[in-house]
Design a protein around this ligand. Structure first.
Ligand code: UTP
Length: 465
């Protein structure tokens, strides 16, 4: 085994990975070989150039324009009914990307198991499960929920669902699959060892979901079930409408291969991706790559010119993913480079180094880089308060506290819409925690048909079955 690995690694200048081979047990050697085999060695020459920051193709922003954005409130009845009929015919599947590390939240477990709802402390996964069950009931359809995990959280995620009896979903219709991994590199392109027998590996970004859908057999599973549209959402947004008829109808009717939701940015430099047209291609530019001059540009009426922020909710045609991944060796989204602190084994002393400063390069691909490859991509703008409040951080912006408050705000707004008397402050927040189970209502209009209290007083409100 050693000779074959040594030969492979020498060809891509990574021979140091076997530096401690002679000290390892048989099991450890097997583990090391597995880690090495998980790395796309044939792509390493290209990857190491990206790692060194050389040859990165800068997007030419000289020919940039704001994209055309359709507002959700303008989507017509015909499109909504079309979306509903696609859902009822079983042509849409919810898909959650949940392979990330969740470093900023610092929660010890898969992020989806984090308990977030303001009254009942339901976890993110439980909320999505209820949303899916309610959709099944509303449309009298069986949905299959695809969940992408990664080697860092796969076992714990499946165990979490088992412990919770799959939140009353049908076990066979919750499909887990794992995404690929990428090694961390030293700044000169050497793969780092996390241990003498382990590479420093991390998930390869949510863009890895496309290849993972193909290689795990999930695309085939979808085709066999007649699923045509993948409703993609992240694990960290408790306000997400997992399956949205207006979005689905608009996307399908317009012949779009990939559609995305946007919202009006909170400020010029909000930390969300920016939808732009570069020439005739729809793209997302990360906030960190958005030149100040473009971020602060104004229209004649003083409004923000580049105002469409990405909230990582997409509809993706299965046929589009099949087309992109038909030849896996030829498919690849661009790699984004991030310099991070990565603990690693020092090759001379064999001891573990815990760096104080960023020392390593991580590479990830992003799902939104598929947009320029899609036919007729479209952007639909939604209301932030109704659809987006991600749990990224333990405190501060996009945190546990803001997501809980925003869940209460949306529940209060729905209650008010349904005729309940609720006092709300200038920003729309109620004085007490409010929570509505997706099993009671999937949107504000559905709540109108339910039995409701007349008034929200000083006690927290929970509406469940
Ligand atoms: P984030 O970019 O917020 O990353 O992921 P994260 O790993 O969850 O959190 P930090 O940055 O370490 O704090 C956005 C979404 O994409 C998924 C995450 O699970 C989350 O739903 N994701 C991210 C993956 O599925 N795989 C990845 O490799 C990265």
């Amino acid at each position: 085994m050693k000779a074959a690995l040594a030969d492979q690694l020498a060809r891509v200048n990574q021979a140091h990975l076997l530096r401690f081979w002679d000290e390892l047990t048989e099991d450890q050697r097997r583990q090391l070989a597995d880690d090495i085999n998980a790395v796309p060695l044939d792509r390493l020459p290209h990857l190491t150039t990206v790692v060194r920051g050389e040859g990165a193709a800068e997007t030419d922003l000289s020919n940039i324009q704001p994209p055309l954005v359709v507002s959700k409130s303008s989507v017509g009845r015909a499109e909504i009914e079309h979306g509903q009929s696609l859902i009822a015919a079983g042509k849409v599947a919810p898909f959650t990307v949940a392979g990330g590390q969740g470093t900023r939240l610092g929660f010890d477990g898969p992020k989806g198991a984090f308990e977030i709802s303001p009254v009942k402390n339901k976890s993110l996964f439980r909320l999505f499960a209820e949303h899916i069950r309610a959709t099944e009931r509303r449309y009298d359809v069986e949905l299959t929920w695809y969940i992408m995990t990664s080697p860092i959280n796969h076992v714990d995620t499946v165990a979490y669902f088992e412990t919770n009896r799959y939140f009353e979903l049908t076990v066979e219709r919750v499909k887990f699959f794992q995404q690929g991994v990428m090694p961390s590199f030293s700044t000169d392109g050497q793969i780092l060892l996390a241990d003498k027998h382990r590479l420093a590996l991390s998930p390869d970004g949510h863009g890895g979901s496309l290849l993972a859908l193909a290689q795990s057999g999930m695309l085939k599973d979808m085709a066999a079930k007649g699923i045509e549209h993948i409703s993609y959402f992240q694990v960290d947004n408790p306000l997400v409408h997992c399956i949205d008829p207006a979005f689905i109808g608009l996307h399908d009717r317009s012949g779009s291969e990939m559609s995305s939701k946007s919202l009006a940015k909170a400020d010029d430099f909000e930390k969300v991706g920016n939808f732009v047209m570069v020439g005739d291609q729809l793209r997302v530019i990360e906030y960190s790559n958005m030149p100040d001059k473009i971020a602060t540009a104004r229209n004649d009426d003083g409004s923000r010119k580049y105002d469409a922020g990405s909230i990582a909710i997409h509809l993706i045609r299965r046929a589009f993913v099949e087309r992109l991944t038909a030849d896996p060796a030829a498919f690849g989204l661009p790699w984004h480079r991030a310099v991070k602190k990565v603990p690693h084994v020092d090759l001379k002393s064999g001891t573990l180094v815990e760096p104080d400063e960023p020392n390593a390069v991580k590479l990830e691909s992003f799902i939104f880089d598929a947009l320029p490859l899609a036919q007729k991509p479209l952007v639909m703008e939604v209301e932030r308060a109704d659809e987006f409040s991600p749990v990224k951080n333990a405190e501060g912006v996009d945190s546990v506290a803001t997501a809980k408050r925003d869940m209460s705000r949306r529940a209060a707004q729905w209650l008010q819409h349904a005729g309940v008397s609720v006092s709300r402050d200038a920003d729309g927040y109620p004085p007490v925690a409010c929570e509505i189970s997706p099993m009671v209502a999937l949107d504000a209009d559905e709540l109108k048909h339910k039995r409701l209290p007349k008034v929200v007083s000083n006690e927290p409100v929970y509406l469940g079955e």
